[in-house]
Ligand binder design. Structure first.
Ligand SMILES: [Zn+2]
Length: 191
């Protein structure tokens, strides 16, 4: 659902990276639709825009809950201020939130080079369904349905995987998957 009257406010949340356990767990359904949930969604959107990314799932910020935010439409430009400093300017914002999403239909297949804020510096082609129908809830708990294609369809599938403890490298061939997982675990140990 598109969030109406959205203003880019919130705080930057820490983004968890693989292999943090929260990223490999199956997340729990959202049961309480209150102002705490609204604040979480607002902060997740703020974090997504500033990271920057086109989607962010709750497990990526350490909350094992079945929800994610998405915006595949926005533009982000660096603008120079009068004092010589720069800041980010955002336009065409189209923030969406999907709570307790379930795919009821998936058809076709498409390949896209994906990346992930929780899997830094890895970009690989992943095969996904081309068209999806998703049932989900909005911030008030209302049940809605959306059909998606192109980048939005890919993004919804990528984010939904996070709710099932799946990162996109799990979708690669066994050899590539092993290679990236070993690499990411090694890099993590170095820090
Ligand atoms: Zn991701």
């Amino acid at each position: 659902m598109k969030i109406e009257n959205y203003t880019l406010e919130g705080k930057m949340l820490p983004i968890f990276t693989y292999p943090e356990p929260v990223l490999t767990q199956v997340a729990k359904p959202v049961e309480v639709f209150d102002s705490k949930l609204e604040t979480l969604v607002r902060d997740m959107l703020y974090t997504m825009y500033h990271a920057p990314g086109i989607g962010l799932a709750a497990p990526q910020i350490g909350e094992s809950l079945r929800l994610f935010v998405v915006d595949v439409d926005y533009d982000r430009d660096e603008v120079e201020l009068k004092n010589g400093e720069t800041e980010m300017e955002f336009s065409n914002l189209n923030p969406m939130v999907f709570i307790n999403p379930v795919f009821t239909k998936k058809t076709g297949s498409t390949v896209f080079k994906e990346g992930c804020l929780s899997v830094p510096e890895v970009y690989e082609e992943v095969t996904r369904s081309e068209l999806v129908t998703v049932e989900y809830q909005d911030l008030k708990g209302n049940k809605l349905t959306l059909e998606a294609d192109e980048l939005l369809s890919i993004c919804l599938q990528h984010e939904n995987d996070h709710l099932d403890g799946i990162v996109f490298i799990d979708r690669l061939s066994p050899l590539k998957k092993k290679f990236f997982k070993t690499k990411l675990i090694k890099e993590k140990k170095r820090i």
